[in-house]
Design a protein around this ligand. Structure first.
Ligand code: NAG
Ligand code: NAG
Ligand code: NAG
Ligand code: NAG
Ligand code: NAG
Ligand code: NAG
Length: 336
């Protein structure tokens, strides 16, 4: 048991070391070059005209997994001219000074020049939205799906306030999404809320936030999440079956074909962790959603040298994250 713990610590250390090593080799700007250093920059100062790509960490975790790092890095590469904003609940005036020493994998993110870390302050975020009264009175200890519910709420408020594209941290970006106001179809009759984009103060999100509170039912998983956006979309549109790989448009909102983000449906999620005889090209996709929630029990990881689909996605779309994994694996072999 002790041995295992030692091994685990060792791997963590090596992974961290790999990243810091890489930074000292090529990065000319460390975390503290960013204006975030002394005081927090306000999102308003960075977010311009609803162009940002937004990620969330709604728990206090400050050690992003390789998949989270890949998700942010791939977005930073696909959208070099847009700010990539990662709101993290655990980031505050107390944790900030320790980022560099205590959270080296997190420290790696803002070395990319368009990536910004922001503290997630929910009370401020929900101000002036229909969600505030709900948030102030909800008893979180009674909510069995609380982490999902709060994440569903925050993503609506944050995109409503700042505009842009929200992405789950298990989405690997491949090429730019060409539309501003969109929802991602999981099937012809069902929209996800794992990726969506809207302009600043878009009425659709306002309607979603109102419905969130009015039809609130914390006992049904997804009632405030994918079911909610599907419900609101269905009030606007008669959803017909997709033909070929064409998107639908309704009330100026694009309902993007399942191939755009879900080329592998959730029933088949393990395919990402398998070796493919011929590599899929994902020509019709803007990003791939890895269904990390399906992976929570099996905890499949990206293994260097495995030649799995996920390893190849990392190698192609988040090469810096991938290199740090390779480095960690090499260091582990060397230390044996
Ligand atoms: C950090 O401290 C400043 C000054 O006390 C305060 O205005 C700000 O809200 C704090 N930020 C966070 C994220 O706690
Ligand atoms: C929240 O719910 C728990 C469990 O039912 C209860 O013990 C607690 O007093 C409640 N808190 C508030 C503020 O109502
Ligand atoms: C959807 O179809 C029904 C029945 O064909 C029609 O009455 C309704 O107006 C349509 N709704 C929209 C939003 O197009
Ligand atoms: C769709 O967008 C166009 C151009 O921006 C606008 O003129 C039109 O009113 C919009 N239609 C709806 C239904 O929102
Ligand atoms: C996918 O795109 C690549 C590059 O644009 C092209 O060479 C390839 O033929 C396409 N594959 C399919 C199946 O359309
Ligand atoms: C993946 O990594 C986690 C955490 O490092 C570990 O607990 C788990 O056993 C690994 N899973 C596999 C299949 O190697």
């Amino acid at each position: 048991m002790m041995k295992e713990i030692q091994m685990c610590l060792c791997i963590t250390f090596l992974f961290a070391f790999g990243i810091v090593y890489e930074l000292s080799q090529e990065a000319d700007c460390f975390f503290f070059c960013k204006p975030i250093s002394r005081h927090f920059l306000r999102p308003k100062d960075v977010v311009s005209q609803g162009k940002s790509i937004i990620f969330l960490e709604t728990t206090d975790r400050l050690q992003p997994s390789p998949l989270v790092l890949c998700s942010v890095e791939s977005a930073a590469r696909v959208y070099p001219d847009k700010p990539i904003i990662f709101f993290m609940k655990g980031l505050n005036n107390n944790t900030l000074p320790d980022i560099k020493s205590s959270y080296p994998s997190l420290f790696f993110l803002p070395t990319m020049k368009n990536v910004f870390l922001f503290p997630l302050q929910m009370d401020i975020l929900f101000q002036d939205t229909p969600l505030l009264p709900w948030f102030l009175q909800v008893n979180t200890t009674k909510e069995k799906y609380w982490p999902y519910i709060i994440s569903d709420a925050i993503r609506l408020a944050v995109v409503w306030k700042y505009g842009g594209i929200y992405m789950d941290t298990d989405v690997i970006s491949i090429k730019p999404i060409p539309v501003a106001n969109f929802l991602a179809a999981q099937s012809s009759q069902f929209s996800s809320n794992g990726v969506f984009g809207f302009q600043h103060h878009h009425w659709f999100l306002w309607d979603c936030m109102k419905d969130f509170v009015q039809n609130y039912n914390g006992d049904i998983w997804g009632n405030q999440g994918p079911d909610l956006v599907t419900r609101i979309l269905k009030k606007l549109c008669n959803l017909t079956d997709f033909e070929k790989v064409e998107d639908h448009i309704c009330s100026n909102i694009s309902f993007l074909h399942p191939q755009r983000f879900y080329p592998i449906p959730y029933e088949a999620w393990t395919k990402y962790y398998e070796v493919w005889t011929s590599k899929p090209e994902f020509n019709h996709s803007y990003a791939v959603h890895l269904w990390n929630f399906m992976n929570q029990k099996e905890k499949k990881n990206v293994t260097v040298g495995s030649n799995t689909l996920v390893e190849n996605l990392f190698r192609t779309y988040c090469p810096s994250t991938y290199r740090s994994l390779v480095q960690a694996a090499e260091d582990m072999v060397a230390s044996k």
